[in-house]
Ligand binder design. Sequence first.
Ligand SMILES: [Zn+2]
Ligand SMILES: [Zn+2]
Length: 74
Amino acid sequence: MPEKATGNPLQAGNQETSCEHCGAFVLKNSNKCPRCGKFPALIHKCPACGSIAPAKDANCWKCGRMFEPGSDYL
Ligand SMILES: [Zn+2]
Ligand SMILES: [Zn+2]
């Protein structure tokens, strides 16, 4: 069986988020914003609907689910 390249591995996990301070795109596994250097900020990712919310929010702005303190962070 000849091997075929299936898909682009770079698309598998697009681990990008945005800086809370300047809005620049930052890779999830980086520890600094390349633009302002203030990253990371803690950001919630709602397990229910997948929305991104600031860590200071207690509930999802979209579906209202309460975030678990200390978890649900990106
Ligand atoms: Zn920034
Ligand atoms: Zn939600």
